[in-house]
Design a protein around this ligand. Structure first.
Ligand code: BGC
Length: 728
């Protein structure tokens, strides 16, 4: 693989790397995403040729949903001398992804009956018309005349592959989500309408196809497929080109998805393939003006860093407050497409700093699901709002592993933390007033019910919890969860103060709606001040939880070779009795709120927990890189950073093909660069930097937004220059 500053190139087309390539070349525009399969190559199964729409889920069991694999709008077939290219020997294969404009391109030579034909396939999802995708197929015989044909269409015969959240369970059972699929030819193309089997959720797709250089064209209609075929006997040097434009709309867009899809197709057809590509390039260049990070010193690091940012942008439903970013974005149905703390803790900081509008819509999703969180809390006999560990289009729990779903409750505090940080950076009072305060108040109320008071100690304990280190079993007083909950409680008290001062009418309205007692903020603060965290004075060490110190030591080097997670070879039950961590926990909290600790405490925690951490989650490397950079541990910072930076591009965990792109790691990589190597802080909305660049990075340049102002930040080993930019 070649990683260039703006392009990724792969020249291997072997079957072994196919799933990997399909993940890496995934395309998305926030509204929808599609895996990077070659349109003309049939999937090993239709569930692998996946296309998703942000926020489009359907029930597969009572209460449990899956992200829906949409009808296949990339359907295509190329034939040379009557034979599908996928059965022919291919040579000179090259596959490229252009990150400046979101274009994927495949080029290769296919041989049939002595004729060699050069084939180029291009595909992109429009960033300017988010309901639109475009493809172009170009066939050029090289040495002798040959019969060529290209068929393109829409295919509704697709299945889902719901994958359980139990990481050991691979699913091989496909689910049919679409109850009804209807296709019809239209002038110059066709239309497909489909409804899901349980809730009747509709998707409509239209396509138009235009050929050049063909002798004949025909329509094809076969059950759930509608398409157009273009055929010609081509002389060497003559070309057959087929351009396919597709538009997609669904029930989420309004009551008439068919009309919306038809209108989108008309707009797309008026621009054509080239026009749409130009508009998309322009839209991407505007995004890159906000989000790019320029590095000097390593072209590979530069390209890989852009790839991390690029993939995160592609999966982000900016402007749609009813959806968030799944753990694998829109690149795979792993975890049933669900949303985790991954969004708020790992991905959101990039958007808060660089693209606040996107950060805001991600947080709006949590407001959209607040009522469900209130019902969930009630289901756990608690007041307030309890957010689900895994959620989808509703806020109801999608996690089917009981200990995680019931006990990994820190997500509620993570959401509160994210609201606090977003407000701190952006100063977005309207969001805090209209959405944030209510979330903070309701989540604080949940904690008042979730902690248990011990009169003998005059302390509150957090019992039966699972921290971010999921190998801790079900434990008590998990440091991360306790501190985050205390922060949540304090933020809620501050939120009430904020309303009192800035928007007293809103406070009165909320007070009435929620039955807010005047004594509640005081109780929150009292609880926050009496939680139980364990500090070992002798070692100067913050302890992870109530049980970690009782666990049995494990010789990690003897058990873990390479980067494969240990849960593949040792059972969870055994793992949770070893003194090892799946991913950072105390260190995770320290990464988020370093100001609460002395340098000695940070170092002691690093020295103790880092050697015991297995990095069995992809969320681990980037956070360790960030902490190592802050602690001045240059070599460790670089070594962790490289794992995070290339996590998917080099398939570090051997799961990128099977599971898709790891969205939280993309965000952690960004944090390692900006908060770690560049040492960016935004206290009171004022950016400051403390560069700790690795030796082979010469300089870094990027932009941030804070409290309505925009800044250019330039750093080198000698210091940093921060310039405010006037925006017209
Ligand atoms: C990690 C969680 C994470 C989830 C989804 C798990 O392996 O332990 O922290 O939220 O994956 O990415």
């Amino acid at each position: 693989m070649k990683i260039l500053p703006w392009m990724i190139e792969i020249s291997d087309c072997g079957a072994d790397s196919r799933e990997f390539r399909e993940s890496i070349f995934s395309l998305g525009n926030g509204y929808m995403g599609t895996r990077g399969f070659r349109p003309e190559e049939p999937g090993a199964h239709s569930a692998w040729r996946s296309t998703f729409i942000s926020g489009f889920f359907e029930y597969i069991r009572p209460g449990i949903t899956d992200m829906v694999n949409q009808p296949d709008f990339s359907a295509a077939e190329i034939r040379i001398a009557g034979r599908p290219v996928t059965e022919l020997p291919l040579s000179d294969f090259r596959q490229r992804l252009y990150m400046d404009c979101g274009l994927a391109e495949w080029e290769y030579t296919a041989q049939a009956e002595g004729a060699a034909v050069r084939i180029k396939v291009e595909k992109f999802l429009s960033m300017s018309e988010r309901h639109t995708a475009a493809m172009r197929f170009t066939l050029t015989p090289v040495n002798s005349a040959v019969d060529c044909s290209v068929a393109v269409g829409l295919d509704g015969a697709v299945r889902n592959l719901p994958i359980a959240d139990n990481q050991l369970q691979e699913n091989t059972e496909f689910a049919r989500i679409w109850g009804e699929v209807r296709t019809e030819p239209l002038e110059g193309g066709g239309m497909l309408r489909a409804r899901t089997h349980v809730s009747g959720r509709a998707t409509a797709m239209c396509f138009s196809a235009q050929g050049r250089g063909h002798e004949r064209s025909s329509r094809e209609l076969d059950g759930e497929y509608v398409g157009s075929r273009f055929e010609a006997r081509l002389e060497p040097g003559r070309r057959l080109t087929v351009e396919k434009l597709v538009s997609v709309a669904c029930f989420r867009d309004g009551p008439e998805p068919e009309r919306l899809a038809c209108e989108a197709l008309k707009r797309a057809a008026a621009r054509g393939f080239e026009g749409l590509l130009e508009d998309t390039q322009l839209a991407w260049s505007e995004l890159w003006q906000d989000m790019d990070i320029e590095l000097t010193g390593s072209a590979e690091w530069q390209g890989a860093l852009r790839y991390n940012i690029f993939q995160l942008i592609q999966s982000t439903p900016e402007g749609d407050g009813r959806a968030s970013i799944g753990a694998r974005g829109l690149t795979h149905g792993r975890y049933k497409g669900c949303y985790f703390w991954d969004t708020e803790i790992f991905m959101l900081p990039m958007f808060s700093c660089m693209r606040p509008a996107a950060a805001r819509s991600l947080l709006e999703y949590r407001y959209h699901t607040l009522d469900d969180a209130v019902k969930s809390a009630a289901g756990f006999s608690a007041k307030g709002a309890r957010y689900s560990w895994m959620s989808a289009d509703t806020g109801f729990e999608q996690c089917e592993t009981w200990d995680t779903g019931c006990c990994e409750i820190h997500i509620t505090a993570d959401i509160a933390y994210a609201i606090g940080s977003y407000f701190e950076q952006t100063g977005d009072e309207a969001f805090l007033r209209d959405c944030g305060c209510e979330i903070l108040i309701q989540t604080a109320r949940y904690w008042t019910d979730r902690f248990n008071y011990c009169p003998a100690e005059d302390r509150y304990h957090l019992l039966f919890v699972k921290g971010p280190d999921e190998y801790c079993g079900v434990t008590s007083d998990d440091f991360y969860s306790v501190r985050m909950a205390a922060h949540n409680l304090r933020l809620a008290a501050r939120a009430v103060g904020f309303l009192q001062e800035r928007f007293p009418e809103k406070l009165a309205e909320l007070g009435l709606k929620l039955g807010l007692g005047a004594d509640e903020p005081g109780k929150w603060l009292e609880l926050a001040g009496k939680t139980c965290e364990r500090f070992d004075e002798e070692r100067g060490l913050w302890l992870q939880d109530a049980t970690f110190e009782y666990l049995e030591p494990l010789d990690i080097a003897a058990h873990k070779t390479g980067n494969l997670p240990l849960y593949r070879s040792i059972s969870f039950d055994r793992l949770q009795r070893y003194k090892v961590l799946k991913q950072p926990a105390v260190l995770m909290y320290m990464a988020l709120r370093p100001g609460e600790f002395s340098q000695d405490e940070l170092r002691a925690a690093w020295d103790y927990y880092e050697p015991r951490t297995l990095h069995d989650s992809t969320l681990s490397y980037g956070i360790h890189a960030l902490l190592a950079a802050r602690l001045g541990l240059g070599d460790a910072a670089v070594s962790y950073f490289e794992k995070s930076l290339f996590l998917d591009l080099r398939d570090v965990m051997s799961s990128t093909g099977r599971e898709g792109i790891h969205a939280a790691s993309l965000g952690a990589t960004w944090q390692a660069v900006v908060f770690g190597f560049c040492g960016l802080t935004l206290r009171d909305g004022v950016p400051a930097c403390e560069p700790r660049l690795p030796p082979h990075i010469g300089s870094v340049r990027f932009h941030v937004r804070a409290r309505g102002r925009r800044y250019r930040i330039e750093l080198s080993h000698f210091g940093s220059v921060i310039t405010e930019i006037c925006e017209l």
